[in-house]
Unconditional design. Structure first.
Length: 626
């Protein structure tokens, strides 16, 4: 894996109805209907909305044989309307349904966690090697007949592993780990290879972007060892909705696409399915523009492990780096919203002029020449009456002046390509210097990676803040957020990030830029600044008004900082994807909801009309007892 130069991973080509994926084919975009699969007209109408938005595959839930049979009618009506877009059947818990769906859909998704293994109960049970082998034989005996049906009908399959629905068998042997997720997938892939069944696509999904990215990296490595080149479907499951859902999806999907991994993408948002398509399309197009870039001659640090990344060791500089959470730097004189509820940037860059009034709760960054002039005159404001601190920022050309300025913290702007002899000695001599890593390269992720690895290889332990520059109008706010999250994804997953500084040459408000930076850090599990909502996009299995409920819960809990609340349409991934959520709200039947504390169900089958009220009571009671 060359982490410094973009090239799409080599894969086999998979035939899915009228389209191919993998190989040299474009990265395909898809979504999933939320309608009842027994309602032919509703499914066709929503599928056509997805297709008109640019969707190249449409997935539908098939929870029973009746729904699987109705795919025949849905497929026929779509073809009659002139659409050749492949349909994908989504199957859980019942392999017999997969057999039926393979007759009428161009692709069938199965979940290894519940294809043959019973529904998980989160129980502990030790398996002997013989018992474990017997369980694998059950899978093989049931899976091979399904593959034969798919061969006969030219139906592709997706082996779709969800972190939230690993079987108890896998969890007991491998734990709730990326290694367990990968093995759950490989059990089925080995059978496909043995049976010479090649129309296979794989997905590994999680609501946790770190787990999702690390698991896919491990899977790619394991497939390479076993001579497999199947295409990959990318997605962050239960990403949520709105800005948070887009940012979270871009962090996970962007981190993998940037390394050339991924052949089809679905962005899971708790919104109308067609709304997912432009988000996925922008992500794919943005990262695909890296192709053909100038070579980045980076050298990977000896201590870096792409498969098991840990945070790079740095020496803390006045609260930046070390074991501190990554900081946020912002431009301007401060947030226009003075509300104490809004998360404020840790540092404000004010350029060549300090504000007339300084906030004594705020750190400021000032251009080095102005800082030096104020310091020489003895007029540099100091002390709690003025600000937390005022610190200089140096361009690379000003390094000789660093030792002349007395400051407990200094920022030095660096770019890959600066001769190491010009800056490494400075960094080693000045542990109080924080590197501000910038890039204008076509593949700035690779360029920024290369600088940090160069610093690492040369034995300097200064913290690194990544600065990213964009040019968007406020009408393009979503594009800005997607691009920033995608550019930061791998840098954060790799453990290289001690801070983030987003800039935009346009009219997007400073508050939005600052909020985006905090949102990106939270999406990568590096810093929590607000309540996180882990919500699924809904599908035909959802038996209550998911979007209305999400809005109601968000409004009622928006003042609660640091909580994770899972809002799930059904039990398929509910308790599993809420593994690190504090509370869960899970569909249990028609207008019925069950409430969870962590993975433990505390109230079952509550009428939907009072379920949110019960959830708030549960949270409030727990808060009182702390």
């Amino acid at each position: 894996m060359d982490i410094f130069n973009y090239q799409r991973r080599e894969t086999t080509v998979v035939h899915v109805g009228a389209i191919d994926m993998g190989g040299d084919n474009p990265i395909r975009i898809q979504s999933m209907t939320t309608t009842n699969t027994n309602d032919t007209d509703a499914c066709v109408a929503q599928a056509e909305d997805i297709i008109k938005a640019g969707g190249e595959l449409v997935r539908l839930t098939t929870q029973g044989s009746k729904e699987a049979e109705n795919l025949k009618n849905i497929n026929a009506k779509l073809r009659a309307d002139g659409y050749t877009t492949p349909l994908v059947a989504d199957v859980h818990f019942n392999p017999n349904v997969a057999d039926v769906a393979a007759l009428y859909a161009e692709k069938v998704r199965i979940n290894p966690g519940n294809y043959v293994d019973p529904a998980r109960k989160f129980i502990k049970q030790e398996y002997t090697d013989e018992e474990y082998s017997q369980e694998l034989k059950k899978i093989k005996d049931r899976f091979i007949p399904f593959l034969n049906i798919c061969k006969e009908n030219h139906t592709a399959i997706r082996i779709g592993v969800n972190h939230g629905s690993l079987s108890d068998r896998i969890r007991n042997r491998y734990g709730d780990t990326p290694e367990g997720i990968v093995e759950s997938c490989m059990e089925f892939l080995r059978i496909c290879k043995e049976q010479d069944f090649n129309d296979v696509v794989i997905s590994i999904k999680s609501s946790n972007t770190v787990v999702m990215v690390r698991s896919v990296r491990l899977l790619v490595e394991q497939m390479l060892k076993e001579d497999m080149k199947y295409p990959l479907h990318l997605g962050v499951t239960e990403a949520g909705e709105g800005e948070d859902g887009r940012i979270k999806s871009a962090v996970g999907i962007g981190a993998l696409l940037s390394d050339g991994i991924g052949d089809t993408v679905r962005v899971s948002l708790s919104e109308e399915p067609s709304a997912e398509i432009p988000v996925a399309r922008h992500l794919v197009d943005y990262i695909s523009n890296k192709a053909g870039h100038l070579i980045v001659p980076g050298t990977q640090a000896n201590e870096f492990d792409w498969l098991h990344p840990e945070r790079r060791f740095t020496r803390a500089a006045n609260g930046i780096g070390g074991s501190n959470v990554p900081v946020v730097i912002a431009n301007g004189k401060g947030n226009s919203d003075s509300s104490d509820d809004r998360q404020k940037a840790d540092y404000l860059y004010v350029g060549s002029e300090l504000p007339a009034e300084l906030d004594n709760r705020q750190n400021y960054i000032l251009d080095f020449n102005v800082y030096a002039e104020l310091q020489a005159k003895g007029t540099l404001p100091v002390g709690d009456n003025y600000a937390k601190g005022i610190y200089p920022i140096f361009p690379i050309t000003a390094m000789p002046f660093i030792s002349m300025i007395k400051a407990e913290l200094k920022f030095l702007v660096l770019q890959f390509g600066t001769p190491t002899e010009e800056y490494i000695a400075c960094l080693k001599t000045h542990p109080e210097v924080v590197v501000v890593c910038t890039s204008n390269h076509q593949n700035k992720l690779a360029d920024q990676r290369a600088l940090v690895h160069e610093i690492w290889n040369n034995g300097a332990f200064n913290p690194v803040v990544f600065t990213q520059m964009y040019r968007h109008t406020k009408a393009e706010k979503s594009d800005f957020q997607l691009e920033a999250a995608a550019d930061m994804g791998a840098l954060m997953i790799d453990g290289l990030t001690d801070g983030i500084w987003l800039m935009n040459d346009g009219d997007i408000a400073n508050d939005v830029i600052t909020d985006t930076a905090f949102g990106i850090l939270q999406a990568a599990r590096l810093r929590t600044s607000k309540t996180e909502y882990i919500s699924c996009p809904g599908c035909g299995r959802t038996l209550y008004d998911l979007r209305e409920t999400i809005a109601e819960i968000r409004e009622a809990t928006k003042h609660m900082k640091g909580l994770k609340i899972g809002i799930m349409g059904c039990i398929v991934n509910g308790p599993g994807e809420m593994a690190d959520a504090d509370y869960g709200y899970v569909g249990a039947g028609i207008n019925k909801v069950s409430l969870y504390r962590k993975q433990v169900c505390v109230e079952k089958n509550i009428p939907q009309e009072v379920a949110v009220e019960h959830l708030l009571a549960l949270i409030n009671n727990d808060q009182k007892q702390k």
